[in-house]
Design a protein around this ligand. Structure first.
Ligand SMILES: Cc1cc2nc3c(=O)[nH]c(=O)nc-3n(C[C@H](O)[C@H](O)[C@H](O)COP(=O)(O)O)c2cc1C
Length: 226
């Protein structure tokens, strides 16, 4: 908060997980707390808790001949929340090297033609985006490098920059599973022992530390850009 008691900036924190007690939910709360400490007003959008329907429908499908199309009231309410935000932070588990269906559906329906793209002056121009993805793969798994690259291409280039965001970055949080897992050369999934006790605590603490670092860096870049 500023010294006048009002927030200078708003962060829309979007959570895509079906369990409130998930590691993803925990990480989203951690990110929100860091952003709030940095002076942001937080608008927490828990897509599952709010009952967001990710399915495309006729009202919200773009009409390429009409960029002024009036989309559904639900979608307009979500558009308003994005417009009111200076930064958007999405926190999600990585599913198939991508975002979960509910987050993809939010983008499909809400980041729509005439609003998010398709205008000479994009309405989302200048906003900044952080994608925090939790991945089950361990950091030393060779799959991670490709995953990071595909997420960056898809989310930053394919979505955020396409919609005029001035900055987008993916924070990939590996080792999010309690059982380390990886595919061997033959394609078998090797699932390790459950990590417990002090080792588990250390794993959580390290994930928190890496999540905090991504948020701190994002906030610091904002300060430089402002
Ligand atoms: C449908 C599905 C697909 C997944 N795909 C990937 C993947 O492509 N790469 C990966 O590292 N982990 C993958 N995982 C593991 C999740 O990323 C991991 O379970 C999650 O981040 C743990 O966080 P949570 O406890 O908050 O759910 C997948 C999990 C599910 C259920």
């Amino acid at each position: 908060m500023t010294q006048h008691g009002s927030y200078a900036r708003t962060a829309l924190v979007v959570v895509a997980h079906h369990r409130i007690d998930s590691l993803t939910g925990h990480t989203a709360r951690l990110a929100a707390a860091r952003l709030e400490a940095a002076g942001y007003r937080i608008d927490l959008l828990d897509l599952h808790a709010e009952g967001f329907d990710p399915r495309m429908n006729v009202s919200d499908q773009p009409d390429w001949g009409n960029r002024e199309k009036a989309y559904s009231d639900e979608v307009h309410a979500h558009m308003r929340r994005i417009l009111d935000a200076d930064v958007v932070v999405a926190v999600f588990p990585v599913y198939w090297q991508s975002v979960p269906a509910i987050l993809k559906g939010w983008i499909d329906r809400v980041w729509n033609y005439g609003f998010a793209y398709g205008r000479s002056k994009p309405r989302l121009a200048g906003k900044r985006m952080l994608w925090l993805g939790l991945a089950g793969a361990t950091a030393d798994d060779p799959v991670v490098e490709g995953m990071r690259s595909v997420l960056e291409t898809n989310l930053s280039e394919g979505i955020a920059y396409y919609c005029g965001f001035s900055r987008s970055t993916v924070g990939l949080l590996t080792d999010a599973e309690e059982r380390p897992q990886r595919l061997d050369a033959e394609g078998n999934l090797l699932v390790g022992e459950v990590v417990t006790g002090a080792e588990r605590e250390a794993q959580y603490a390290d994930l928190d530390r890496r999540a905090r670092a991504f948020v701190e860096r994002f906030v610091a870049e904002e300060a430089v850009a402002a």
